[in-house]
Design a protein. Structure first.
Length: 175
């Protein structure tokens, strides 16, 4: 099988998984599609090297993750910050699942790019600490630390959101 046919078969087999991972990283469908497309465009010229890898999907997943992290570094100097970010659109889905998805997306948006990448690699791709360390370019202990701090931040935010809201009072009288 030639490189073009092998690449096309790989894309057909793994594009859904790559798109889901990219969505979890970016939190935006169009940004996820761009990330996957950009990653595939970058690796195509080296497709024979990708095919020769022990686990080609791991090679591409690492490239996707690095592309995300490097893109976030480039964008951070160009980001335009709003006091209240504009709402993101979403496609209709089953009502009960929308709330969960929105919550997860919002919680992931609160994490830094590296924290988000590590959690996606751990919980979506089910990678081990040493595999994540290889993909992100850090030590295993750093991965464990990032996972721990990220999960604690998510727990804290979830608890904050679920706490009953209290109305402000002045001198014992409601405002």
């Amino acid at each position: 099988m030639d490189d073009a046919a092998g690449f096309a078969m790989f894309v057909r087999q793994h594009s859904t998984t790559l798109l889901r991972a990219a969505y979890l990283l970016t939190g935006d469908r169009s940004a996820a599609e761009e990330l996957v497309q950009d990653t595939l465009v970058r690796i195509y010229p080296q497709w024979s090297r990708v095919q020769a890898a022990d686990v080609p999907i791991a090679y591409v997943r690492r490239s996707l993750t690095n592309n995300f992290l490097n893109g976030r570094r480039r964008q951070s100097s160009q980001d335009l910050l709003f006091g209240d970010p504009p709402e993101r659109g979403y496609e209709p889905d089953l009502a009960g699942r929308i709330g969960d998805r929105e919550l997860v997306r919002d919680l992931l948006d609160r994490l830094g790019p590296k924290q988000r990448a590590v959690l996606v690699l751990r919980f979506f791709h089910d990678l081990t600490d040493d595999q994540i360390a290889d993909e992100v370019g850090c030590r295993e202990g750093t991965v464990r630390s990032i996972v721990s701090r990220s999960l604690q931040a998510l727990r804290t935010e979830t608890e904050r959101r679920s706490a009953p809201r209290q109305t402000p009072q002045t001198n014992g009288h409601p405002r």
